[in-house]
Design a protein around this ligand. Structure first.
Ligand SMILES: [Zn+2]
Length: 725
């Protein structure tokens, strides 16, 4: 919003607010942030009603239903589940329930095989073994291991062990005189973690003929603890499926990069699609990787490259040769996004979005059907409340995404289709991918929303200990710091993770549309990710027996949604965001050669934003304590706050990947978080001219928002008294 127009809005707000001026001195409201004295108690009561409606038995039965069969993206079963959700939502009382269909590039294996042809013959099974304890593991519809959107290949070549498959690993191979061109690289999933698509892109750039990605027991198998079906870790034949799409460049349907796949939409040719790999590959269990590793010759791999198998890992001198055949069925298929709403009673044009993906590589016990089960319980409870006349003030929009596992596809297409409407209406996007694989609360939030999550973590108890969730968060963060030998004092500001990478459906909302996001999950020991053992049995035996954390997640998710939907003034905390921005700048400066970057102007603007944010917070508290703000002023301040989040967008986007438009938040190619992305990437590449240009873009965004926050704070001050600049 141009600042001239904004000033006119504020001036209008002042005119209506004058009649409502009240005593400025009042105790802060003992309710959730953003609520006035008159509305806080009612909100507390509403939240208690919501919590009382949630049932672990119901969540368990949702979970059984969704995990009964494999339901990968675009499959018939997954589309059936879309219709099932639509039907259930209608019964629950949700409004405007719609199934949006997007015809997108989907992926499935037609035939896959891997054979070691030298020095001995070994036919990899590429299959996971069934176990009596878990009847679902005998389901004949489970697929072999494959990599989503791999290209089709039929190649025979020597194998080189390339550790984690990151660029520095190839540098080490080069130092040993090993060239991977025309060869097949064998890499590990983790150590350190990077998204498998980045491993594929790196292998492609290095000229490899194919890639094999295996699960080493050091990362998610017997080296970590007891394995399935006796423990939560991966057994010998477990395979981590997953896509290798280059969605860190542009997510969504690779054939419609940046625009929605609606009927009649232009499509690029597959060979022109930047997010499609040109390399083929397969995922392997350690059982199938072991014969290869055992027979390798060449130099012994460095100590950090040695894995959990009882053998000496070698780099590969040409002795081991394999034939890899990957015949993929990558073609356009329907992805179904289910949308349902509870229309806002007072501000139907301000939307709080909640989303979870439905597609799973197989049964999706944790990923994502735990989240789907929690979501269905949230909608059921809110539907009940609606039936008894409790309609939220703002609109709640619920989405069940498809194709997340392939390329964040459904959410990206939907976000692109409704981009303009979302930019003007969306208050926040609350994502839950997996809801529970254990008891460890792992909240993430954009800087401005982190205090909202923290506030709730102080109120809700952990079901195992009875202590507030915030206590467990403090303990976990303190432990992580101790392990990293980080001696900076831990403050509550650091408890909610504000460094948000990619890898789930929040991406289009945060990075492309400038909508602040929250991501929620409970985590624990989980070695069966993307394998067929991630199912109902695993959840009931290890992940969340009793479904207490599924229910707690539903409670957190729904309560945050209700607070955002009902708040008198939107609880964005700009001073908190500014403090995090300062930390991001510190990190960048520490990682950059001294004297190369002049970040003083940026720091000055962040200081101004922090001060303005503090004034806005104080004035909001004062206004809310004096009674419900005048409706017009309230509305206009809220509209200003919405505009503010969108101010972080830069129309040109990041150099080289213009779809990513947020100036504060992006992700690395590895999916790792990346703050101040334009500036950071330029500094890392030592392109100081570009860095200065990117710093200027950031300075302007921060300055724009500091001025806007000042205006909003002044508007509140004029109505109720308070601090002005
Ligand atoms: Zn997922």
């Amino acid at each position: 919003m141009p600042s001239g127009a904004l000033r006119m809005i504020i001036a209008g707000a002042l005119a209506v607010a004058v009649g409502h001026r009240q005593a400025a001195k009042a105790d802060p409201v003992p309710g959730p942030a953003g609520f006035a004295r008159a509305t806080a108690a009612g909100q507390r009561e509403l939240e208690a009603t919501f919590a009382a409606l949630l049932s672990p038995d119901r969540v368990r039965s949702w979970h059984r239903y969704f995990t009964a069969e494999p339901h990968p993206a675009g499959s018939e079963r997954n589309n059936d589940l879309a219709r099932y959700i639509a039907e259930e939502w209608r019964k629950q009382g949700l409004e405007d329930v719609t199934v949006h269909r997007y015809d997108v590039l989907n992926t499935a294996p037609r035939q896959v095989s891997l054979e070691m042809v030298a020095p001995v013959r070994y036919e990899a099974s590429l299959r996971e073994e069934p176990y009596e304890a878990d009847p679902d593991t005998k389901n004949p519809r489970v697929s072999p291991g494959y990599l989503g959107l791999s290209t089709s290949v039929d190649v025979e070549a020597p194998v080189v062990y390339a550790h984690s498959g990151n660029p520095e690993d190839y540098d080490l191979l080069r130092r040993h005189g090993i060239d991977v061109r025309g060869k097949i690289v064998l890499v590990r999933y983790s150590n350190p973690y990077s998204y498998r698509g980045f491993k594929a892109l790196t292998a492609e750039r290095e000229g490899a003929a194919g890639i094999l990605i295996y699960s080493d027991p050091a990362e998610d198998g017997f080296k970590r603890g007891p394995v399935f079906p006796d423990g939560p870790w991966g057994p010998e034949s477990h395979v981590q499926r997953g896509a290798i799409t280059y969605d860190f460049i542009v997510p969504g349907d690779p054939l419609t990069p940046g625009w929605p796949s609606v009927p009649g939409a232009r499509q690029v040719k597959p060979e022109e699609a930047r997010s499609l790999p040109k390399i083929g590959g397969l995922p392997l269990s350690w059982r199938d990787a072991k014969p290869l590793l055992e027979n390798m010759d060449g130099p012994v791999a460095p100590r950090e490259w040695q894995g959990g198998l009882p053998l000496e890992y070698r780099l590969g001198g040409g002795r081991v040769r394999v034939r890899m055949k990957v015949e993929m069925d990558n073609r356009v298929a329907p992805n179904d996004v289910v949308e349902g709403r509870i229309r806002g009673g007072e501000r139907p044009d301000e939307w709080v979005l909640l989303g979870n993906h439905r597609d799973a590589w197989e049964f999706g016990g944790v990923d994502p059907s735990s989240g789907t089960a929690s979501m269905m319980e949230v909608t059921r409870a809110l539907g009940e409340m609606l039936k008894s006349g409790r309609r939220p003030r703002r609109t709640l929009v619920f989405c069940s995404w498809d194709g997340e596992e392939v390329g964040l596809t459904g959410s990206t297409e939907w976000g692109e289709q409704f981009a303009d409407e979302l930019k003007s209406k969306a208050v926040a996007y609350l994502n839950v991918d997996s809801s529970a694989s254990g008891p460890d609360f792992e909240p993430q939030a954009s800087g401005s929303l982190a205090p909202l999550v923290l506030e709730l973590a102080r109120e809700l108890p952990d079901p195992a200990t009875g202590l507030p969730l915030v206590e467990a968060l403090r303990a976990a963060r303190a432990k992580a710091r101790a392990e990293a030998r980080d001696e900076t004092p831990l403050i509550d500001d650091d408890l909610v993770d504000v460094r948000i990478g990619s890898g789930s459906d929040h991406t289009v909302f945060l990075n492309h549309l400038g909508i602040p996001t929250i991501g929620l999950s409970f985590d624990g020991p989980y070695g069966v990710y993307h394998s067929m053992y991630d199912g109902f049995y695993w959840m009931n035996r290890f992940g969340d027996p009793g479904y207490r954390y599924h229910v707690l997640l539903a409670r957190i998710w729904g309560t945050l949604a209700l607070r955002l939907a009902d708040a008198d003034l939107l609880p964005y905390d700009l001073s908190a965001l500014a403090r995090h921005l300062r930390a991001f700048v510190d990190d960048l400066e520490n990682a950059t050669e001294k004297g190369r970057l002049d970040l003083a102007p940026l720091r000055a603007r962040i200081e101004a934003l922090e001060a303005a944010g503090r004034r806005l917070n104080e004035n909001a508290v004062r206004a809310l304590a004096s009674g419900a703000p005048a409706p017009d002023l309230e509305r206009r301040v809220n509209r200003g706050l919405l505009a503010l989040e969108r101010n972080w967008l830069d129309a040109d986007g990041l150099p080289g990947r213009p779809w990513f438009k947020h100036t504060v938040y992006a992700a690395r190619y590895t999916y790792a978080h990346l703050e101040l992305p334009g500036l950071t990437e330029a500094a890392e590449e030592k392109d100081w001219g570009r860095a200065a240009h990117q710093a200027a873009i950031l300075e302007r965004a921060v300055a724009r928002n500091a001025a806007l926050v000042d205006d909003l704070a002044a508007a509140l001050a004029a109505a109720w008294g308070g601090t002005s600049p």
